[in-house]
Design a protein around this ligand. Structure first.
Ligand SMILES: Cc1cc2nc3c(=O)[nH]c(=O)nc-3n(C[C@H](O)[C@H](O)[C@H](O)COP(=O)(O)OP(=O)(O)OC[C@H]3O[C@@H](n4cnc5c(N)ncnc54)[C@H](O)[C@@H]3O)c2cc1C
Ligand code: SF4
Ligand code: SF4
Length: 941
């Protein structure tokens, strides 16, 4: 069956307008930015859609399906777009289910939940975790992939060994068929009258049952013998059901990759969350020993058993992950303890004894602590995108990425593959779920190089043929067939069974509009390869989307970090066709912190903004740069704040300043709800004249305090606290002259102006051993000056400064002086930490938490989503107040869940945003203020 090219060019523009009329204008997009962002998923392919539907209610699905069928337009369902096979891109309509993302019902006793398809796996498990439950299947993409995609791909992951794949954990699906009718797909007893009714109501179901009965022998004969398979339609599971006397419909739809119907919800089976877990790394000297050790380790009933071969370890960097240079392969083993008191330590002992029978390069590394365990998993989970760093041209290409062989032959498979790729002179990473015999094979190739391209085609056929012929395996364990394996499904199962698959497809989708080109297609796997993108730095893995606050609230790929990478690096990009999205980024840098491939989307966006600096912002920042005049103006505002900051006047100001604010951004406003800080009548520098160095004199103190704008201009006690804390540590800081670090200036595209201020700061801060900061954004900006001045004469000075910048929490943590501390109140105060994005990006995450946890009188609680953006982001809360409030809502819920009385943070914008968003539910303080309070309490006691 060939992918139909069904859209006629002259009709394509009508698609979006027809859909708008049918389901509502705000749910349909077809502008350049949207089509560009949705042209990719995490595969090697690219296809630009004609329109995107952002489903908001169940009714939108049949309405779209009926339209697509009536007009013969390809329809591709999509969740997070993290599949590796090209199955969430298409030439017609993309139906994105991301906004259907709720848990509809949860039954703790019977351990099941009714869930919508747009929920992210990690979010689902967070919610289930509060009830001690877990959804077992765990693709490594769990931070970003969504249930709809997991269902349609029959996903699984490292813990399949214990929990099975998705197909083993689904009770029922609500499926919209090609007719637009809904089907409650459950396992019906064959003698159940509901089953008879369904067979009468839905012809495809009737045909399916006949097909299964008529070809039972063929299906039994062609059943894969390996422990995992996601290739083809799961007629085997259906046949098993019939043998048990039931029509097990979920087995058909799970793994059908959007080609037979669309899901609006699923009833999933849940398991008890393990009470304790152990993770271990075992480094083997000889690959052969791995194959031998696997069956013995399986006797311990591990929940996960993963392998990384020598090449993989080299490619991800052994030193970085503490992997011995002579390890030929590394096994990652995980054991769960279920009952309280279950002795995992005894299990660990058994595991060590098994491992000692082999030549290891070092003792196994064993972790019980969640944080340490996460560290051990880190390299494994981010493996695929990390490989993108390896070479600017040769990229990890997924085309033989998911084979399965009998588990005890995995060493033989790895040896074969290593020899094959050595013969081709192609670097390759081989890793995967060794306990199931499921290997992920990721060669690094330049698909734009003719020779490499030929190697890819040769490898595709040879390796798949070998897996089938020599190993009796499967070409697809968990990633799905998509576009990449569709060509080989026939070879895997033979013509006869393939014909049955085609009959199933034709019966459920007679017009062929449901995800054409996927699973059942005779097009070569090389069709639609994205040659341009595969020479870029982004792996399109969507890890950044998982942390992007804008994506979190809009759930639309054109409003996401990954989407923005596509847009701003596209050859047809222009500021005019993409202004809407380029201006929507908060510059929070969360994407940069999360990206395993080392891409900084926020920087690319800043580069684009620098091409079109905002004129109004430029005028404001130029005024800001005239320090004396600007400060006079602020003092004038401070004097009358008690008047203009009244609710009525704020409303009036909001109204009056609108034309002015619109020149900053269409969404900009001075919302009366914004809780503004008190402006200082005497600025910090006025209050500490003794700390200001004399012009021209040599630095007297080795430590400078870079207070930035907020601590200087706001009367919020932050600057005073930093100075008081430093003094307690025996440091009399200097306050050298300084200009804005540059973050907000660059955010509005005025890079030259940001550099002008940065040059002043470089000179001013040059004579100090340490430059202490209190503000998260200043910390990051000063550390980022080397990038700002890349290739320019100032770069060396910028690098020198970057090394000396120390956040106050780092300073306190490193200080040899340990001042006395005491609780400032009689009762303990519950304190949570909001980790400001820019401080996280600057690498300061542990110190503030450790300090807070050590303060007397403080009961430190780690709140959920502590590492997520709160939506303040410098001036973003002015630039787009409404979106910023949608972002902070999640933080508000997290603070509420934590029960904190105080939220500590270290960014002035975060403080304003939290005060605005929390509406008094908790107090907001700077970390330095809490430290100062503890020191002062000790002085008093
Ligand atoms: C770094 C990385 C690691 C990965 N690790 C694993 C792993 O360990 N195991 C694994 O199995 N996979 C893994 N994957 C692949 C991928 O993440 C999974 O297949 C995932 O479940 C896809 O989910 P998604 O939400 O991104 O779906 P999408 O990519 O959006 O869609 C996948 C398929 O589901 C269909 N679909 C989506 N929603 C619906 C719906 N509502 N109704 C019908 N069809 C629908 C789409 O049409 C498409 O065919 C990994 C991917 C990456 C990038
Ligand atoms: S920018 Fe990084 S995290 Fe985001 S999709 Fe690209 S590779 Fe993945
Ligand atoms: S900087 Fe923040 S808002 Fe901008 S793309 Fe990155 S994560 Fe999203």
């Amino acid at each position: 069956m060939t992918a139909p090219t069904l859209i006629l060019p002259d009709r394509s523009r009508a698609v979006a307008s027809d859909l708008r009329a049918a389901i509502g204008a705000h749910k349909v997009k077809d502008d350049y930015s949207t089509r560009t962002a949705y042209a990719v998923d995490a595969s090697i392919y690219r296809m630009e859609p004609k329109a995107v539907v952002l489903v908001e209610s169940e009714e939108d699905i049949p309405a779209t399906v009926r339209y697509a069928v009536a007009r013969g337009i390809p329809l591709t369902p999509r969740a997070a777009g993290t599949n590796l096979t090209g199955s969430a891109i298409g030439s017609g309509i993309i139906l994105d289910v991301s906004r259907l993302n709720r848990v509809l019902e949860l039954n703790r006793e019977e351990r099941w939940a009714r869930v919508q398809p747009g929920i992210v796996l990690a979010e689902l498990n967070k919610e289930l975790g509060r009830h001690g439950l877990l959804f077992g299947p765990d693709p490594s993409s769990g931070d970003m992939c969504k249930l709809g995609g997991m269902l349609a791909n029959n996903s699984s992951g490292p813990h399949t060994l214990r929990y099975g794949a998705v197909k083993d954990n689904v009770q029922a699906l609500r499926v919209c068929l090609q007719s637009g009718d809904w089907l409650d797909a459950k396992a019906y007893g064959l003698d159940d009258s509901r089953c008879t009714d369904l067979l009468k109501a839905h012809r495809p179901l009737h045909d399916l049952r006949s097909l299964l009965q008529d070809h039972a022998a063929l299906i039994a004969q062609k059943r894969p013998t390996v422990s995992k398979n996601s290739c083809g339609y799961n007629l085997f599971g259906l046949a098993d059901g019939l043998a048990r006397g039931c029509f097990d419909l979920p087995k058909l739809f799970v793994g059908s990759e959007g080609t037979l119907g669309l899901f609006s919800e699923a009833t999933i089976r849940l398991v008890e969350k393990p009470r304790a877990t152990l993770t271990a790394l075992i480094h083997f000297h000889r690959l052969e020993d791995v194959g031998d050790a696997v069956p013995k380790l399986l006797e311990l009933s591990p929940s996960a058993l993963e392998v990384m071969d020598a090449n993989t370890l080299n490619l991800i960097g052994r030193a970085k992950h503490g992997i011995p240079g002579d390890a030929a392969a590394t096994l990652l083993v995980e054991l769960d303890g279920d009952a309280i008191g279950n002795d995992l330590r005894a299990q660990a002992e058994r595991m060590i004894n098994i491992s000692r029978r082999y030549r290891l390069t070092s003792d196994p590394v064993i972790a019980f602590d969640p944080e340490q365990r996460e560290q051990l998993w880190k390299a494994r989970k981010a493996l695929y995108p990390t490989l993108y760093r390896f070479d600017p041209k040769k990229k990890p290409i997924n085309f033989v990425d998911d084979v399965v062989v009998p588990a005890d032959r995995i060493s033989e498979l790895i040896r074969y593959l290593e020899e094959f790729f050595a013969g081709q002179r192609v670097p390759v990473a081989i890793f995967g779920h060794i306990g199931n015999g499921n290997a992920h094979i990721i060669p690094l190739l330049d698909v734009n190089d003719h020779e490499d391209f030929q190697k890819m085609v040769q490898g595709y056929h040879e390796i798949h043929q070998t897996v089938l012929g020599r190993f009796g395996g499967s070409i697809c364990g968990e990633h799905g067939d998509g576009r990449v394996r569709a060509e080989y499904v026939k070879t895997m199962f033979g013509q006869e069974l393939y014909d049955l698959f085609v009959r199933v497809k034709q019966s459920f989708d007679p017009t062929g509009v449901l995800n054409p080109g996927i699973k059942i297609s005779d097009r070569p796997f090389t069709d639609h390869i994205d040659h341009v993108r595969l020479s870029k730095s982004c792996a399109t893995c969507a890890k950044c989307n998982a942390v992007c606050p804008v994506y979190d609230v809009f759930q639309s790929e054109d409003m996401s970090s990954r989407g923005w990478f596509e847009i701003v690096t596209d050859k047809n990009y222009s500021y005019l066709n993409s202004k809407r999205v380029v201006e929507a980024c908060l510059n929070c840098k969360s994407c940069r912190t999360a990206c395993p491939a080392g891409v900084d989307v926020s920087q690319l966006i800043l580069d684009r903004r620098a091409e079109n600096p905002n004129k109004m912002a430029g005028a404001i920042f130029r005024f800001h740069a005239q320090t004396a005049r600007f400060e006079q103006f602020l003092k004038f505002l401070a004097r009358y704040q008690s008047i203009w900051d009244r609710p009525l006047i704020r409303r009036l100001l909001d109204h009056l300043t609108k034309p002015f604010m619109h020149r900053l951004a269409e969404t900009a406003r001075l919302s009366p709800q914004l809780v503004l800080p008190r402006l200082a009548r005497r600025h910090l520098r006025d209050r500490y004249p003794e700390l200001i160095p004399q012009a021209g004199a040599a630095a007297r103190s080795p430590v400078a305090y870079f207070h930035g704008c907020a601590a200087n201009y706001f009367d919020d006690g932050v600057g005073d606290a930093v100075i008081a804390v430093l003094r307690k540590h025996g440091v009399e800081p200097a306050l050298p002259p300084q200009r804005c670090s540059g973050t907000p200036i660059e955010t509005y595209g005025h890079r030259a102006l940001a550099k002008e201020g940065a040059r002043v700061n470089l000179v001013s801060m040059a004579g100090y051993d340490k430059v202490v900061t209190g503000c998260a954004s200043c910390t990051l900006m000063l550390k980022d000056y080397p990038t700002l001045f890349a290739g320019e004469p100032e770069q060396a000075a910028a690098q020198a400064l970057a090394k000396r910048v120390t956040h106050i929490s780092e300073f306190v943590a490193q200080s040899p002086v340990k001042p006395a501390m005491a609780g400032s109140q009689s009762a303990k105060c519950k304190v949570a930490y909001h980790s400001s994005c820019h401080l996280r990006a600057a690498g300061v995450t542990k110190e503030p938490r450790a300090i807070l946890a050590g303060l007397p009188g403080v009961d430190y609680v780690e709140m959920p989503d502590a590492d997520r953006c709160a939506g303040g982001a410098g001036t973003y809360l002015v630039k787009d107040f409404d979106t910023s409030q949608r972002i902070v809502e999640r933080k508000r819920r997290a603070v509420e869940q934590s029960g904190a009385d105080v939220v500590a943070t270290s960014c002035p914008a975060c403080m304003i945003q939290l005060r605005t968003g929390l509406q008094g539910a908790a107090e907001v303080k700077h970390v330095a203020q809490l430290i100062q309070e503890a020191y002062e309490a000790a002085d008093r006691s």
